[in-house]
Write a protein that binds this ligand. Sequence first.
Ligand code: SF4
Length: 295
Amino acid sequence: MKVTIDPGSGFCFGVKRAIEHAESILKDQEQLYCLGDIVHNKAEMNRLRERGLVSIDHEAVKNLKEKHLLFRAHGEPPASYRLTKGNNISLTDATCPIVSRLQDKITKAFEKIKENNGQLVIFGNPDHPETIGLQGQTGGMAIIINDPGRLDKIDPARPVELFSQTTKSTEGFLQLEKNIRKLMSEHFPEMELPLKVHNTICGQISRRTPGIGKFAASHEVIIFVGGVDSSNAKVLFQKCKESNPNSWFISTPEELKAEWFRNAGSAGVCGATSTPQWLMEKVSEKIMKLTEGKN
Ligand code: SF4
């Protein structure tokens, strides 16, 4: 069995940077608190937990005293920064610079759009921490749309400015834009639609989607390694499935099944932006063990 790890898979720049921040702090101190999981990957979380990283929620931050706290790559709403004031908390802000720039852009756009009674729309998962952080820049006023077909929250007679969570799919974003255009065209002439579109999907994500599709198509079996909570993993796995129906989603090597590789000569291992390289290597080793002497 020939097993290949996708060279384009693994941590994105923002996640890598946040983990490096955490590891470098944990070299000098025993414990570091992180608001939420630093990465949507259980195995990597366990590794970091053993080194002293403690995930806490917003409620727990209120009671944190004289500790070191890290904000992960997804970013936080202004309310989280206010929570860290007082109690002598030392804050390391590892928000991905791309997300920080997007937060600034949304803050500015919202100030402007308020003046002409417009609506700021974010294509995102309302429960995703990045989207919560982005919506926080508008005091909770931004309209969040997760399904491009559900436009009921938009008033088509008012201006719209559209943004995206950085990890959403480009196809979904383009579909949403098309649907909003159609809806608004019932109220405005086509050339004068008061619709401003900012495709703010991260290049690390949009480039990966076609790349992973090619990778999936060039192997007989695809093992996608990702966390069940990662929205990026869902998007990328979907692409694998479209390119190669013989694709399987796992979070740990223990979930591999020998029957997936029956009659196959090649397997590809790939993952999300939150999947560590070491985990893909472990999966690859386990596949070789499971298929030993069979092909
Ligand atoms: S996906 Fe892009 S924007 Fe999001 S954390 Fe990674 S590098 Fe930053």
